[in-house]
Design a protein around this ligand. Sequence first.
Ligand code: SAH
Length: 209
Amino acid sequence: MRLAKLVLGLRSQGVTDPAVLTAIERTPRDLFTPDLFKDRSWEDSALPIACGQTISQPYIVGLMTQALTLEPRSRVLEIGTGSGYQTSVLSRLSRLVYTVERYRTLLRAAEARFEALQITNVITRFGDGFLGWGEQAPFDRILITAAAPDEPIVLLRQLKPSGVLVAPVGKGPVQELRRYAGDGQGGFSMDVLCEVRFVPLLEGVAREL
Ligand code: SAH
């Protein structure tokens, strides 16, 4: 019931792709939220998780996933695994998801959730997402779920010529949600979708757990 209400809300806000809505419907968000906030799992809001990070707002997850225009054969790179919620949604719409996180604690918890949900097409890495995942590049799609301070040049280079990259870009508390689309010849077009508030992309891996 609360899930149905959430999905209706997303649709009325412009997340209309039926495959994206179904993927959100099939992803139990309460599995990704901490005990303290379980009862708020079906609200359309971002919530705190461990390590001072956040699980994204469902509307933003829907909007970014829709903007990626995933195809069943897509190989996707995600930067910022966090709780693994967005990763799980991506995994239902693509062939393989490579996800990078700079906190070991978050990554381990996310891996346990993928296992519990029998998600087998996610490959995780503890590392600095600023560097992307060179060994597995190029990717069909790239999603950054933390705010990049500037144009994500390193990651754009790891995108296929006709690929799509979606990322919040900006140094302040409010950033632009950008969609870069390759023109097939090494160039890109860029659209700003809306304003968003993400935690910043930080350099290096976290020294604390
Ligand atoms: N998509 C997540 C939300 C993630 S919040 C979810 O659905 O829960 C952003 C995440 O990006 C945080 O977990 C943060 O630790 C991670 N992050 C920030 N900078 C990073 C970097 N350089 N490399 C990898 N992960 C990074």
